[in-house]
Design a protein around this ligand. Structure first.
Ligand code: M6R
Length: 363
């Protein structure tokens, strides 16, 4: 069943170019040049979205917030399911609530969905298991099409969730008159390029394994990112802690000097996830603050970013150039591989980490 891989997680990481291409075939048409969504996905008159999920799925929602707000101009609230319902948030009847879940059975997410029922105009879900409770209780369930995911650490489900959310954000932008045909074509081309870019990223696995062997010595690791890469920093940290048991935290790069920089010394590696985008220069200065305090920076960037970052970096990983829109999807792969190989170096149980369950059906 592992098809020659040592772990389900390794297999599921490697499957991503293929399953993502499947998802794109489902949600795009005309050779990837047009959106293909059910008719009821019409954002006309929708004035707000509430996105709710747990764990990795909640980080997909955080990335989607950047997309919906930036590209579609649609305000988005993101919440973790366990907090959402007990806060009893007011929900507007002209808003939609969107629930993201691999299993479709996460107790808190299901309860949050039930809380939103009757309060919003539409309950939409992005689920990997189409027969799940969350899918059944939604007005519209969109499959994430990642295929069965067995490893407790969510990998391919995450990148497929992101893909469906990206397509939804583009549809919202079109419906709200925010995207002209050329801009839409550019975004669609960026999505279609992802499977190829993912193959390239997977080709960096040996280099990542070498870095991971050193990361395995650390007690604490920080992950930094800006903009839509901030949720990827959270995801990188979650992946590392859940399978390698190394304490890791993700921060928005700009938050560093508001506290976490006190932790920096030569024993705390800092993983900086920063493609060469409009925010890169600011991230470089945050990186320099880390290095000035003896911190060890591992930079994940493209060739331009690695070249520009200058001397003093502990390690760098040169990713392919990618459109800023789809960068968060691509950068999930090195984060997953880094966690996987760190766990391998430590000899932990990658597919069945201690204390965790694949599907959390209790509160
Ligand atoms: O099945 P779900 O997507 O609802 O699960 C949500 C979280 O429990 C899940 O993403 C968890 O954080 C993963 N183990 C992360 O790798």
């Amino acid at each position: 069943e592992k098809a020659g891989y040592k772990h389900f997680m390794a297999k599921e990481i490697a499957e991503q170019p293929g399953v993502l291409a499947d998802a794109l075939r489902h949600y795009l048409k005309d050779s990837g040049t047009a959106l293909s969504l059910p008719e009821e996905v019409d954002f006309t008159g929708v004035d707000r979205l509430t996105l709710v999920a747990c764990g990795t799925a909640s980080y997909a929602c955080l990335v989607a917030k950047y997309w919906f707000e930036r590209i579609a101009g649609l305000p988005v609230d993101v919440d973790i399911a366990s907090e959402f319902r007990y806060r009893e948030p007011p929900l507007s009847p002209t808003s939609w609530a969107l629930f993201v879940s691999q299993s479709g059975e996460t107790a808190d997410t299901l309860a949050a969905l039930r809380y939103a029922q009757e309060k919003v105009a539409k309950i939409v879900s992005v689920v990997n298991v189409p027969t799940s409770s969350i899918a059944r209780e939604s007005d519209l369930a969109l499959p994430s099409l990642a295929g069965v995911e067995i490893g407790v650490a969510s990998t391919k489900a995450f990148t497929c969730q992101l893909t469906v959310l990206a397509v939804l954000a583009l549809k919202a932008a079109v419906d709200r008159g925010r995207l002209n045909p050329e801009a839409l074509a550019g975004h669609l081309a960026a999505l279609s390029a992802l499977p190829g870019l993912m193959n390239h990223a997977l080709g960096l696995e040996d280099r990542i394994a070498t870095i991971a062997a050193q990361l395995a010595e650390a007690q604490d690791v920080l992950f930094l990112g800006r903009g839509a890469m901030f949720p990827l920093a959270l995801e990188g940290a979650l992946k590392l802690k859940e399978i390698s048991y190394i304490h890791a935290e993700g921060y928005a790069s700009g938050e560093l000097k508001h506290g976490p920089i006190a932790l920096i010394d030569s024993h705390v590696p800092v993983v900086v996830m920063a493609p060469r985008d409009a925010l890169f220069d600011k991230t470089v200065s945050n990186m320099q603050e880390v290095m000035a305090r003896g911190g060890k920076v591992l930079l994940l960037s493209d060739g331009a970013g690695v070249a520009e970052a200058g001397a003093g970096i502990w390690q760098s990983l040169t990713m392919p150039m990618v459109d800023p829109f789809t960068a968060p999807i691509l950068y999930a792969l090195p984060a997953q591989l880094l966690a996987y190989h760190t766990a391998i170096a430590k000899g932990t149980d990658v597919d069945q980490p201690r204390n965790l369950a694949k599907s959390v059906t209790v509160e």
